[in-house]
Write a protein that binds this ligand. Sequence first.
Ligand SMILES: Nc1nc2c(c(=O)[nH]1)N[C@H]1C(S)=C(S)[C@@H](COP(=O)(O)O)O[C@H]1N2
Ligand SMILES: [Mo]
Length: 268
Amino acid sequence: MANTPQNPSSPPDEQVQREAASRSRRAFLVAGAAALASLGGWRWLVSQPKEAGIPRPLRTVLDANGKLAGEYFSNAHLAPVFPKHLVREPRVNGKIGMRGEFDPAAWRLQVSAYADPKQVRTFSLEDIKALPRVEITTELKCIEGWSVVVNWAGARFSDFADKYGLATSNGAATATSADALAPYVRVTTPDNAYYVGLDIASAMHPQTLLCYEMNGEPLSITHGAPLRLAMPVKYGIKYLKRIGTIQFLDQRPADYWADRGYDWNAGH
Ligand SMILES: Nc1nc2c(c(=O)[nH]1)N[C@H]1C(S)=C(S)[C@@H](COP(=O)(O)O)O[C@H]1N2
Ligand SMILES: [Mo]
């Protein structure tokens, strides 16, 4: 992990300006969404009907065989999926945290679990690939106003967290009560220059993937190899490329674009 941070405080101006311009175009939408957003995420989750003491969506997401997921999540809760023939190659759109030397072969994912935040656990790409492979064809929507249908393949974030007991306060694979789960997740590039904050419900959403393939090919370096996020219920700003670290946290983490004025949730 010998990455040289490349001026993390000075992101590419051009992209900042483009994203900022889209922000003002979208300002009226965001204002309207803010009221909804304040009811969203964790608070929405804990207000859900309980099953065995766990808010039902979480119980569902954490269910090992995944069978309940399709029953509980209606289409309204899932981002729409598309036929595979509609996929296109997305443009490479954002290089923050992706400058400098990088050796994917030497890459390791560094995780701070909720139960043991001081200890850093490392995972290889093989560990991620050993989890059930999930494919999904959804729309990647950028706040700049474009969208493209992309086929993603990888492991469910929830399968990863569940298998290694990363999200629970006692390190168990599955939460036994809602407050045993970390409320937030922080994901960063290896150099920490790009970072996203996620509420646990979005991170554990069944469509949130740790991706290693895009449109049937191994992920390219510019699209985030060896591992990136895809979360179809969010805008592209949350699809962090080149994941270096994942932390499960009590406090709402900072988010690169939220720090620059954009809606922290960035859902759609
Ligand atoms: N590390 C990193 N990840 C990132 C970005 C970035 O600047 N750096 N930009 C985001 C934005 S704004 C978008 S729209 C998507 C675009 O993904 P793509 O480049 O694979 O098309 O990546 C996201 N992930
Ligand atoms: Mo974007």
